[in-house]
Ligand binder design. Structure first.
Ligand code: G3I
Length: 381
């Protein structure tokens, strides 16, 4: 593990999330007309620019306008996760997903399905019996198959691509993360999930998605998984590198080394969950099972100019890297639309005020927005 790897792992009793999505923490309405060019205009011909949203964000007209204008991809932040879609066996709920799909269709936006298999936000019954013991393999496989088939078929033609399996690589173990799915089915649950998704929709894009797999401590394990998927005939269309990065790291050389390792191995990538944590903590990533020692809430009243500039510089160097390899990257998605709707206001501790995105709580573009636009345009000249 390196400096930015998960060093101090404290097991959380539960996932400490709070008001994290959907414009929950937003102040005021836009006071400035939309800037031009927009992010999708500036990034045209390179990659899609996405944002993760909850369906309820669309009820706020100003937020809906911002999404429509500044993004041409949306990822379902929570509402297509197994526990949202099938909380009880056979009781499927597609209400929120359909609302996102309608909005995406009406606005020519690509909808990304997130996610078919994940150890968080997963209904216990899918892989465990009532005593918490793993189900027999066949039963667990059938539960997973039925879930994937029903969900993927429901959204066939409306979803651009699926994060089939999310975060299967272990942070501190030798290979795969120890999860209920793995305990019931075995290591090949990832392969099976991709097989089921491909059966359900031969045309939709399928992704493997994870955090920190660009970093040295986790990358070889991810490449091993990709090779196994490939050998099984279910090679993912692209690899989703989440991009939950910090203001202080990982440094850009490390990121470049990580991304190019995937390119060299023959895989194209997407950046699927980009944000830059501005608050103090001592480990990177997005593992909801751990609390990486967060302290303080230094920017509750706003980000000082010097920190705004630091954020702009950080986004600048990241987009300089991404545009350098834009032929191998199809989408860059921010995990949230504006600073009032980011999971980082609620993790690793609730109730902090984070500033990780390009738009502030008033939906105004920050200096980081201008930096990103500048980089996207500079490449075109
Ligand atoms: O839906 C319930 C609601 O009924 C209840 O009243 C409320 C009380 O807190 O909780 C709501 O559920 C929360 C859900 O977000 C929707 O707001 C969960 O508690 C909360 O844990 C959940 O957090 C999400 C987290 O994944 C876990 O699913 C975050 O919003 C979401 O941003 C985060 O996203 C993950 C990606 O899926 C995978 N990669 C890392 C990324 C960040 O953790």
């Amino acid at each position: 593990m390196n400096t930015f790897a998960l060093v101090t792992l404290l097991v959380l009793a539960g996932c400490q999330m709070s008001r994290v999505a959907g414009g929950d923490d937003r102040a005021g309405v836009p006071i400035e007309p939309t800037r031009e060019p927009t992010l999708p205009e500036a990034a045209e011909g390179r990659f899609l620019i996405g944002t993760a949203i909850m369906a309820r964000a669309l009820d706020d007209p100003a937020v809906a306008d911002l999404i429509r204008t500044q993004y041409n991809a949306i990822t379902a932040e929570n509402e297509l996760k197994p526990k949202s879609v099938q909380p009880e066996p056979g009781a499927f709920d597609f209400t929120a997903g359909d609302k996102l799909a309608d909005f995406a269709e009406a606005n020519d936006i690509a909808l990304i399905g997130h996610t078919l298999v994940w150890h968080q936000q997963a209904p216990a019954w899918m892989f465990e019996d009532e005593a918490g013991e793993p189900l027999p393999r066949d039963e667990a496989l059938e539960n997973m198959r039925a879930h994937i088939h029903t969900v993927v078929k429901h959204f066939k033609g409306r979803v651009h691509g699926w994060d089939v399996v999310n975060e299967a690589i272990s942070d501190n173990g030798p290979y795969l993360r120890d999860t209920p799915a793995l305990r019931a089915i075995g290591d090949d649950y990832v392969i099976k999930a991709f097989e089921f998704a491909r059966e359900a929709d031969p045309d939709v894009e399928l992704y493997y998605n994870d955090f920190n797999i660009e970093l040295d401590y986790k990358r070889d394990k991810a490449l091993r998984l990709l090779a196994e998927l490939d050998a099984a005939g279910v090679r993912p269309d692209r690899v989703g590198i989440q991009g939950h990065w910090l203001i202080g790291g990982p440094d850009i050389e490390q990121l470049e080394r990580g991304l190019t390792a995937y390119f060299d191995a023959g895989y194209d990538i997407d950046i699927t969950e980009l944000d830059i944590d501005m608050l103090p903590r001592d480990a990177a990533g997005a593992d909801l099972d751990i609390s990486p020692g967060a302290v303080g809430n230094p920017y509750a009243d706003g980000l000082p100019d010097e920190r705004q500039q630091a954020l702009a510089d950080r986004y600048r160097e990241i987009f300089e890297l991404l545009t350098k390899y834009d032929e191998r990257i199809s989408r860059v998605t921010f995990w949230g639309t504006h600073d009032g709707a980011t999971w980082l206001n609620g993790w690793p501790v609730r109730g902090r005020t984070n500033h990780p995105l390009l738009f502030d709580r008033q939906l105004q573009p920050k200096p980081a927005f201008d930096a990103v636009i500048e980089v996207l345009q500079a490449k075109k000249q």
